[in-house]
Design a protein around this ligand. Structure first.
Ligand code: SF4
Length: 362
């Protein structure tokens, strides 16, 4: 049975046409589903009764089932959703003054096996369906108690979405782009392109496709200033080395809604956090307008790394700042409900299929 969370507006209009229904009916139902968070066709009061009955018989609105709901002392909320066959994905809501950011997963597990990542260690299960990606936003709004017309809704509790949860979004390109279109659609969530971010480990051809098909804000998981180190920390680099990745970032900025790329950089003690690494980053990104987001490494069981000391992170940030680069250092949030990203899901099913790399190997 079709799940209406799987469709963007064009898809919904097409499916409604098959039912013999007009496009405006699809827009009406889309607003009910996404703006109102409604999953009961009978409650869609301005939709013709005959259509409501038809929809009830031939369609469903189905989001992933909630497995866990944890609220951290700092207000960060982490949800664990069941996507079937023993797979679970994480979604995190981070409230900040003036905005609320939802971190959304795109795959169950991840095939890219970055050396510092709890999700990568679980291996790859499958791509998420559109409805499973969008279902995270749809459910977050419901679980945060956002109802249309309330103060929260006007203030947009979820004002920003980052595709930065489990998985490599650009490896699930079609489903992610369809979900992005719904996030941006005024009949659904109406989020600004500037407030929706896709974070990639650097799938170069897909960065170009995203620029052409659905440009939103771009973040790149960089984590190393040279190919030798990045090959080991982010194995995808062996396929798409830094030179080509920086060129793709420059091309992306020609059409991006923001005039900079955000480079994510996990700070790992003694591995990538030296003064020389910072200076090499400045040289690497000289031609790419960018901001850096430094992320203190979040240790997880069996990880071979340690978090850079606070003073080291401060010094590293200072070197970048002195060169004119804007730098933010991510506060580690939600530690009391689950440590590193990917750990909750890992507890549900330990899919470890790889030999954990030791610090010496990296
Ligand atoms: S850091 Fe991202 S791309 Fe790398 S293994 Fe983890 S989820 Fe996959």
């Amino acid at each position: 049975m079709p799940n209406l969370l799987d469709y963007d507006l064009a898809g919904l209009v097409g499916w409604f046409a098959e039912l013999g229904e007009k496009p405006f009916r699809a827009r009406q139902v889309m607003r009910w589903v996404h703006r109102e968070g409604c999953d009961d066709f009978g409650a869609m009061t301005d939709v013709a009764k005959s259509l409501r009955v038809k929809l009830g018989e031939q369609a469903e609105i189905r989001a992933p089932a909630l497995l866990r709901d944890d609220v951290s002392g700092d207000g960060t909320r982490k949800w664990l959703f069941d996507v079937g066959d023993g797979n679970a994905v994480e979604t995190v809501f981070i409230p900040e003054s003036g905005r609320g950011t939802l971190c959304v997963s795109s795959q169950a597990g991840c095939a890219l096996d970055c050396a510092f990542c709890a999700t990568g260690k679980q291996g790859f299960s499958r791509n998420l369906e559109v409805g499973e990606i969008l279902g995270q936003l749809w459910l977050a709004n419901r679980l945060l108690g956002v109802a249309a017309g309330t103060e929260e809704d006007n203030g947009r509790v979820v004002s920003n979405v980052v595709m930065m949860g489990m998985g490599e979004p650009l490896a699930n390109f079609d489903n992610v782009v369809t979900a992005l279109r719904v996030m941006l659609d005024d009949h659904a969530y109406g989020l600004s392109r500037r407030r929706v971010t896709v974070s990639t480990a650097g799938v170069v051809p897909a960065i170009d496709r995203l620029r052409d098909e659905c440009p939103v804000a771009l973040a790149v998981s960089l984590h190393a200033p040279d190919d030798a180190l990045r090959d080991r920390l982010v194995p995808l680099n062996r396929k798409y080395p830094l030179r080509g990745l920086m060129a793709a970032c420059r091309r992306y900025l020609e059409r991006a809604p923001r005039d900079f790329v955000t480079f994510e950089y996990v700070m790992i003690d003694g591995v990538n956090d030296g003064d020389g690494h910072a200076r090499a980053l400045i040289a690497l990104t000289r031609d790419v307008p960018c901001k850096f987001n430094l992320i203190p490494f979040n240790p997880f069981p069996h990880s071979a790394f340690a978090r850079s000391p606070v003073e080291r992170v401060r010094r590293f940030a200072g070197i970048l700042l002195d060169s004119g680069i804007i730098v933010t250092t991510r506060r580690t949030r939600g530690d009391d409900v689950a440590a590193a990203c990917g750990q909750l899901a890992g507890q549900v099913r330990d899919r470890t299929r790889r030999t954990l790399q030791t610090m010496e190997e990296v």
